[in-house]
Ligand binder design. Structure first.
Ligand code: P6P
Length: 330
């Protein structure tokens, strides 16, 4: 029977993935299976996050991650869960994680894909019951199938992503992802154990009146950034900053707004990481009609050089980002 191009709200993620696979003749099912593996890990992390306060999963692990940040217990749990799901799924030959210094080889050298992931971004918020999120970015490997994956598999650049998404552990748990054609949001129904299509074909507002940045850094920002933010205040825009990137991004994606993490003396290249925060969110933003830039270029055009490199990050409604870029150009 003919497949409708946009499936109705209420469709399960599984049915949606199968529909998209049929819609694209080239799809041989591996990417479909990989997306299912990510959703499975998301369900497990959902369970851990939602009972963290009950079985002493809040607080610090007492060790530091590669970023020199104190690892939260849930950081480690999420990292393990996603690594395990992607390894057992068989489609991923290697991954990089915010929590690990080097490449994580899964042993699936016949796997066609590599994944860059931030297993649980903003996890210092979990202890105070604020939303947190997983961010992932998927590439087809360029090294030959059957060989050991290489650093270059991860250095293809943002335009080469074949899929990207995030899981927001908030008032509800939502998986939002794209393979480049549309962005779709699936809300987790705990009673069914299924992600259900709730936000088909998300398109973002062209303009907005919400701006998100850490005001504590205001005195460290360059003059153009400060002037743009002053213009937002003059227009009495809403300052909304949760301090959890996925939550701030998701709200702006749906309502219209701009998120800024400029460079500061403490973070001269900005704080956010290119491969598993900025590239995937920039990919999603591009499909919903938003813009994602740093002070000099589009995020997706930045040439990657190292796995944990950072970049200043401005992302949101095109009219707002374009106005900011006017200030930066001077
Ligand atoms: P700051 C959380 O650690 C994070 O990576 C993002 O989720 C969040 O947007 C940002 O850093 C918050 O950083 O410096 O404002 O606390």
């Amino acid at each position: 029977h003919p497949h409708p191009m946009v499936l109705p709200v209420g469709t399960t993620l599984d049915r949606y993935i199968m529909h998209r696979q049929y819609a694209f003749a080239f799809a041989t099912g591996e990417l479909s299976q990989l997306l299912r593996d990510i959703a499975l890990a998301g369900k497990i992390v959902h369970r851990e996050v939602n009972r963290a306060g009950l079985i002493d999963l809040t607080g610090e692990m007492g060790q530091e991650n590669v970023q020199g940040e104190n690892q939260q217990k849930l950081d480690v749990i999420a990292d393990v869960r996603f690594r395990r799901a992607l390894t057992f799924g068989g489609e991923v030959c290697a991954l990089i994680s915010e929590e690990e210094e080097g490449i994580i080889f899964t042993g699936n050298n016949n796997g066609k894909y590599v994944v860059a992931i931030d297993p649980l971004d903003g996890s210092s918020n979990i202890d105070v019951n604020v939303s947190i999120g997983t961010i992932f970015s998927i590439y087809r490997r360029i090294s030959p199938i059957g060989t050991e994956p290489t650093f270059d598999d991860f250095m293809q650049g943002g335009q080469e992503q074949v899929a990207a998404g995030y899981i927001l552990f908030g008032s509800s748990t939502m998986l939002v992802y794209t393979t480049g054609h549309s962005v779709n949001g699936f809300t987790y129904d705990n009673s069914l154990g299924e992600f259900i299509l709730s936000h088909p074909d998300i398109k973002s507002p062209k303009d907005g009146s919400i701006y998100s940045y850490n005001d504590g850094n205001l005195n460290d920002f360059s003059e153009p950034i400060s002037k743009y933010l002053a213009s937002c205040r003059e227009r009495q825009y809403s300052a909304r900053y949760i301090g959890s990137l996925v939550a701030d991004f998701h709200r702006n994606l749906l309502k219209g707004g701009i998120y800024l993490y400029p460079s500061t003396p403490k973070n001269p290249n900005g704080k956010l990481r290119l491969l598993y925060e900025c590239y995937p969110l920039a990919f999603i933003a591009g499909v919903t009609g938003c813009l994602a830039v740093n002070d000099t270029e589009a995020i997706l055009n930045i040439k990657p050089a190292s796995m944990h490199q950072r970049t200043p990050f401005y992302i949101g409604a095109p009219k707002m980002v374009e106005e900011l870029m006017e200030y930066i150009k001077g």
